[in-house]
Design a protein around this ligand. Structure first.
Ligand SMILES: NC(=O)c1ccc[n+]([C@@H]2O[C@H](COP(=O)([O-])OP(=O)(O)OC[C@H]3O[C@@H](n4cnc5c(N)ncnc54)[C@H](OP(=O)(O)O)[C@@H]3O)[C@@H](O)[C@H]2O)c1
Length: 418
């Protein structure tokens, strides 16, 4: 048995968000089954969010081709789709990546809260499906504890700003009295809800639209806004002062002609924030007079600047991770040696029980109290003799002394179970 850990990931760092979609696992249960059956992994945990698709695995991690092959077949991809997009970390690097994830250091918006909940949900699902075992359960439990500690002690989550709230903040900075303006939000997905939450927090009223009116209604009830019909909303922007667009539409929803038409009706100006990637507002729209336009890259740049001003917080978070990493490494190494310790104790206990039965038979002892005392005596002798060498074995393993582990395995004739 081996507990080497691997992390294979496709994230926003290397791949545009629309590209991530291709790597997602639509049916999680069957993805778990496939990885456990075909990839050489004995344990796995899948983490999927709008910014990342990640696999943590434990077992025979040397054959990364097998992992890619399984991923490709589950997601219906060509294997070369991974070339430009996949990142792989193993061992300590994989642990460090998970600690950065739970601490919010690997997020698009550093310190955001959501990712910690998403990691918790992933390990819970893996546990329920019995896809994770001692190694990944230990690793994730530790990473969640450390992520919580980082957030509590550094305040990294405080004052972090989402893409949605940055878009609203920029609108506020560019437009006088935003509250009095007519605002339309196109989209009812995750990104749109970040905009809606921020508008609601500032008590700013807005209209919301999505292709299906039912979805706009449900969105308005849960997140806020007044639902309006999609076809009508995108056909006429004359009454709109501020437009937020956050959809995955594969074409321009906001066209040059429609905006030009609206501006020719004598409007005073319009601000358009396109949070979509790929863009759903025609870039040419920015050439129209009195139009202020910002796209996702420009909004993300502002988020990044905000993050850099909090660099001190980031380095405190990194310091905690560096302190905790050796503790995680030691715990993971201990897991490696635990089956050997348990196996040795089990074998010795069988010998003890065999000899105990023989001795009791020879004594012809029937007194329950005396039998109990003799039994406890033999147990105490075994534990006293074995506990020091076994604890030393654990320590040697924590310190990466594989020679001692090998020697003990040989001495006790312990066979590792594959
Ligand atoms: N999620 C984030 O944190 C985040 C961050 C930065 C940028 N973004 C970008 O924001 C955009 C939306 O992402 P998301 O995560 O919010 O996606 P999502 O949760 O999947 O929501 C997708 C939205 O797009 C609408 N939509 C899909 N196809 C459409 C079409 N053909 N015409 C009109 N509307 C359509 C959907 O509404 P209907 O189904 O009702 O049409 C829904 O409102 C993406 O381009 C993404 O790259 C997202």
């Amino acid at each position: 048995m081996t507990n080497d850990v691997i992390n294979a990931r496709v994230t926003f760092r290397k791949s545009p968000i629309h590209m991530l979609e291709r790597f997602t696992f639509r049916d999680l249960d069957s993805a778990y089954q496939s990885f456990l059956k075909h990839s050489g992994l004995q344990e796995c945990v899948i983490l999927q969010t709008c910014n990342r698709v990640e696999l943590f695995g434990c077992g025979n991690v040397s054959n990364t081709e097998k992992i890619k092959k399984t991923w490709a077949s589950v997601s219906g991809l060509e294997e070369n789709a991974f070339k430009e997009n996949l990142e792989i970390s193993q061992g300590t690097e994989a642990y460090e990546h998970l600690l950065k994830l739970t601490s919010g250091l690997d997020s698009m918006v550093v310190g955001e809260e959501q990712i910690l909940g998403q990691v918790k949900e992933s390990i819970n699902t893996a546990r329920q499906l019995q896809a994770s075992g001692t190694s990944l359960n230990t690793l994730f439990d530790k990473a969640i504890r450390i992520g919580t500690r980082v957030r509590r002690t550094t305040g990294i989550s405080k004052g972090s700003i989402s893409i949605g709230s940055m878009a609203v903040k920029l609108a506020e900075e560019n437009i006088d009295d935003l509250k009095s303006k007519r605002i339309l939000l196109i989209g009812t997905g995750e990104a749109a809800s970040l905009v809606a939450k921020s508008l609601k927090k500032r008590e700013i009223e807005f209209l919301v639209t999505s292709r299906t009116f039912e979805r706009s209604k449900a969105f308005a009830e849960t997140v806020g806004g007044k639902p309006v019909k999609f076809e009508e909303a995108i056909a006429d922007f004359r009454s709109i002062d501020v437009l937020f667009v956050a959809t995955t539409a594969p074409y321009f929803l906001v066209t040059y002609d429609r905006v030009k038409e609206a501006m020719e009706s004598g409007k005073n100006g319009m601000m358009i924030m396109d949070l979509s990637n790929p863009r759903t507002v025609d870039e040419k729209v920015s050439t129209i007079k009195k139009i202020k336009m910002m796209n996702l890259d420009q909004i993300a740049e502002m988020v990044d600047k905000n993050m850099r001003t909090r660099m001190g917080v980031v380095s405190s978070a990194e310091k905690i991770i560096n302190e905790e990493l050796p503790v995680v490494e030691a715990a993971m190494k201990r897991i490696e040696v635990e089956p050997i310790v348990n196996g040795v104790f089990k074998e010795i206990d069988q010998v003890r029980l065999k000899e105990l039965r023989k001795a009791l038979q020879m004594l012809g002892e029937t007194d329950e109290n005396k039998i109990r005392i003799i039994d406890q005596l033999t147990q105490a002798i075994v534990e006293d003799i074995m506990s020091t060498p076994m604890n030393n074995l654990r320590k040697a393993s924590e310190q990466g002394d594989s020679e001692i582990v090998k020697t003990v395995t040989k001495l006790f004739d312990y066979k590792t179970k594959e």
